[in-house]
Design a protein around this ligand. Structure first.
Ligand SMILES: NC(=O)c1ccc[n+]([C@@H]2O[C@H](COP(=O)([O-])OP(=O)(O)OC[C@H]3O[C@@H](n4cnc5c(N)ncnc54)[C@H](O)[C@@H]3O)[C@@H](O)[C@H]2O)c1
Length: 251
């Protein structure tokens, strides 16, 4: 059975990814700031606590995966934080935290897991959870969008660097997804949430399981010739020129 490591596995997309990969026949090590607990068949899941920003924690998580299950074949670098505010007032410490978790975290995750991935006979696949925010600009979102754009180009560059070794590196770019990360927006700014929904051709937000399905596909050998992509999982948001709302253009 192949073994996958999933960061941010206590909640949202990471939790759904861990469950999906177990369903697909992986044994999964999930890590988060507190060790995730999953309702999974015995022997299929092990959880560990750590901070993705810390190099030592990344190395510990990889060692834990090898100790628990004997190999490491796929890595889903999904942990993330967000934040928004005007360029002149948004706290720089918050910007630094977003950059650290969303960009440095994946760098450290790749570095720590590469020696084990090089020894793997499994899918040898890395998937980073970026965002549609990494594919364009949004007002007030410069910190998050800059970090996620960095993650997208990290993935493209690593696909070129590691491709000759048979290690695939891809990103998923979710649009608005119903998780803890977006709960404050949905509760405190329902008007803004409705505005976001109206801009999505499919006219709804993603469930975390729908993003997890895309991650599981990219991880799997079904995607054996796919590397360096930033796959939108966004209900069509990035298909637009930005000139019209869905179904509101000239007919
Ligand atoms: N929800 C959305 O609309 C959306 C859209 C696009 C991209 N994303 C991205 O998807 C990923 C998952 O987010 P989610 O929506 O499931 O949110 P979430 O808040 O439900 O889950 C994120 C998880 O990451 C963990 N995490 C945060 N910082 C960490 C750290 N330093 N070390 C270890 N774990 C840490 C959190 O504890 C949490 O469990 C993130 O990278 C996020 O940026 C989310």
């Amino acid at each position: 059975m192949p073994v996958a490591l999933v960061t941010g596995a206590a909640s949202g997309i990471g939790l759904a990814t861990a469950l999906r990969l177990i369903h697909d026949g992986f044994r999964v090590v999930g890590w988060d700031r507190e060790a995730p607990e999953l309702d999974a068949p015995p022997g299929t899941f092990a959880g560990i606590a750590g901070d993705v920003v810390e190099r030592a924690d990344n190395e510990t998580a990889v060692a834990f995966a090898l100790d628990s299950f004997g190999s490491l074949d796929a890595v889903c670098l999904n942990a993330g934080v967000t934040g928004s505010g005007p360029i002149d007032t948004f706290p720089l410490e918050d910007f630094e935290r977003i950059l650290a978790v969303d960009l440095k975290g994946p760098v450290l995750g790749v570095r720590a897991s590469l020696p084990a991935l090089r020894r793997s006979t499994g899918p040898r696949s890395i998937v980073v959870t970026a965002s549609t925010s990494g594919l364009g600009g949004d007002p007030g979102m410069w910190a998050y969008n800059a970090a996620k754009a960095g993650a997208v180009n990290l993935v493209r560059s690593l696909a070129m660097e590691l491709g000759p070794e048979g290690i695939r590196v891809n990103a998923v770019c979710p649009g608005p997804t119903v998780t803890a990360m977006t709960s404050r927006l949905r509760e405190a700014a329902p008007g803004k949430a409705r505005e976001l929904t109206a801009a999505i051709p499919l006219q709804r937000w993603a469930a975390p399981e729908e993003v997890a399905a895309a991650i599981a596909f990219l991880v799997s050998s079904q995607a054996s010739f796919i590397t360096g992509v930033a796959l939108p999982v966004d209900g069509g948001v990035t298909a637009t020129t930005g000139q019209f709302r869905p179904a509101a253009g000239p007919r």
